[in-house]
Design a protein around this ligand. Sequence first.
Ligand SMILES: Cc1ncc(COP(=O)(O)O)c(C=O)c1O
Length: 307
Amino acid sequence: MTEPSAYGSAGVGFIDGEYSPMAELRLPVTDMGFQLSDMCYDAVHVRNGAFFRLEDHLDRWERSLAARRYDTLGHGRDAVAEVLHRCVARAGLRDAMVTFIATRGTPASGHKDLRSCKNRLIAWALPYYGIVPDEELERGCDIIVAQTIRIPSEAVDPTVKNFGRLDFVRAVFEAYDRDARYAVLLDRDGLVAEGRGWNIFALTGGVLVSPDAGALEGITRKTVYELSERLNIEARAGRITATDLRAADEVFLTSTAGGIMPVRRVDDTAIGNGEPGPVTLRLKDMYWDLHDDPAYATPVNYDLAEA
Ligand SMILES: Cc1ncc(COP(=O)(O)O)c(C=O)c1O
């Protein structure tokens, strides 16, 4: 994996039916997506010219649209998929992060009746990037347990992928203040939830657990459940406290942007012997190998580059 280029400097975007270089993509500030974070999104990656688990991402996208009460944005499932293909094809990328967003749109008048908005589809394809730099992927990253709690699920449904993320922002600044870059958030009952852009797993006594509430149903997390089954390792959603996390034999993060990312320390506690553990490394290898399996890959239609 290479270091990302300046965010948004390369790639191709789509808004209001038009494609443009990513650097020129603009959202009207009257869109409630900007003013209220009234939006949802999904992010899928392309590796070696093929989308990974595209149908799973589109399933989650459709669930999010319904939960947020957006209309079809003039683009049904197939049409959305076509926009994604076109963004990647026009950008000429073989390895990409592809983001697609629904916003509420601009209301008809200053009364801002949300029912009067025309929902908007935005998409873009950027060169692939991971959340953590290569060296941390190798040696493991250091995370803190934030004091800031995750926004309660009763207020904002965490299974709808969205950019309403001021809890993550506050938690990440806590991490910076403690010489770290990543923060995991607890819920108000003290149970581990997730971090900005990732799910978390703890391996304890041979059992892998990821939080069963307060977190996105990550596609990478789903892949980990499936791969663990192949290894005869029990993996499930459950409850984890901060104390459980610090005492775990192995900890790792999962995201489309980076895959399976080992954790070396939680606060001041080294995890295991302070190096990525064997189960994490095995799963990480299997995860990337899975990209060669046609059952998980949708080849990008590069013929759509010019059409
Ligand atoms: C809050 C949050 N949790 C978890 C994830 C991981 O989900 P996935 O594996 O589908 O990328 C993401 C991805 O961006 C996220 O934003």
